[in-house]
Ligand binder design. Sequence first.
Ligand SMILES: *[C@@H]1O[C@H](CO)[C@@H](O)[C@H](O)[C@H]1NC(C)=O
Ligand SMILES: *[C@@H]1O[C@H](CO)[C@@H](O)[C@H](O)[C@H]1NC(C)=O
Ligand SMILES: *[C@@H]1O[C@H](CO)[C@@H](O)[C@H](O)[C@H]1NC(C)=O
Ligand SMILES: *[C@@H]1O[C@H](CO)[C@@H](O)[C@H](O)[C@H]1NC(C)=O
Length: 397
Amino acid sequence: MLQWKRRVYKSVCITFCLVIMLTVFQRGTSPGLLFTQSSMDSEELLSTMKRDTYPVPNGFWAAKTVEQVTTASVTDAYPTEWDVNSINCTANSNLTNLDWFKTMEPNFKQFLLYRHCRYFPMIINNPQKCSGDIELLIVVKSIITQHDRRDVIRKTWGKEKEVNGKKIRTVFLLGTAMKEEERANYQKLLEFENQIYGDILQWNFLDSFFNLTLKEVHFLKWMTIYCQHVRYVFKGDDDVFVSPSNIFDFLDDNSTPDLFVGDVLYKARPIRKKENKYYIPSSLYSKNLYPPYAGGGGFIMAGSLVKRLFKASETLDLYPIDDVFLGMCLEVIQVKPILHEGFKTFGIVKNKNSKMNKEPCFYRSMLVVHKLLPAELLQMWELVHSNLTCSRKINML
Ligand SMILES: *[C@@H]1O[C@H](CO)[C@@H](O)[C@H](O)[C@H]1NC(C)=O
Ligand SMILES: *[C@@H]1O[C@H](CO)[C@@H](O)[C@H](O)[C@H]1NC(C)=O
Ligand SMILES: *[C@@H]1O[C@H](CO)[C@@H](O)[C@H](O)[C@H]1NC(C)=O
Ligand SMILES: *[C@@H]1O[C@H](CO)[C@@H](O)[C@H](O)[C@H]1NC(C)=O
């Protein structure tokens, strides 16, 4: 009898110990889990493609960091103006005989052939943009044909002004038109537009999807030269709704030197389905996971990060997805991007037809929301800034 009791007692003890060990082990191996849990529940519903999760062993990202940019090894000598004045870029013929290259899709071939060409000359510059004390620089990715979007942005969230003594300035980042006839017709118009508003930055590279990363590195270099002392940078697409006053409220309470905040994906996997816009062949990126990165629809960072990100970018090969590339740069400088609920760069709810996506009371409490056409943006802006009565209080900040 006693023997039997002792045996039961023993097995209960062992089971108890096992449960404790398992719990400790699980927590230990997924350090991000506790942090991201609350946001993941609702956020995960938004995008199936980009929000796949995957357990990451401890220190996975830290271990594979290749080149650590040490401040000592890089001299702080930067050009004082844009120092690239000619296009000196020929296709990399080394690749053409390689088997893995031959099997690539044409757009990836194009990307790889010109991947080594880093910087291009400027066609339109506004070097004086950051003179004075700038609180927030709004940086918008744009293309030459979409002047209507630039127009609405200038009238709404991109309006250059002063809020409680804090200056807002805006620039649009552009390459050259994809089609020959567009180049002929639109270039003069763009120059005229710039004469009126003085907010265009244009470089002499093709404005293609895979060249968005070029736009990213050109912007980092340009900022390092002309805008190092801006306090904060908002960078985003030209089809989002942004609330600068909510951004300022947020910054009042959350300012840190390494601030980088947006709709952050912590455990996104490269997409291997060929028909997807974000498809990446494993011969180009073989790892199962991306480093944490913010969706390019819109994010905020401290101005002091720009120079460090620029340095980091020069240690990396260009990657075809600009958001992911910036995530790689953040990983190099060991800055962790922060997820915030006020950034809805994948839409407010997943269902595109849901009324929620057009609900002004939601917009009023957000920082950034994807995706609005110019007319919708203007209408939403006016609604949000009218005497709006909201039945429920939504508090995001
Ligand atoms: C282009 O680069 C090559 C080698 O890097 C150099 O010899 C050549 O002078 C450059 N051409 C121009 C126009 O800058
Ligand atoms: C092509 O290969 C040669 C020899 O290995 C190398 O010096 C050169 O930099 C390569 N070209 C490019 C564009 O990477
Ligand atoms: C990027 O722009 C350069 C310069 O215009 C061009 O040669 C290259 O083909 C473009 N790359 C892609 C992938 O479109
Ligand atoms: C909002 O309401 C105030 C008073 O409640 C009124 O004076 C103002 O004109 C209204 N503004 C608009 C845009 O309706």
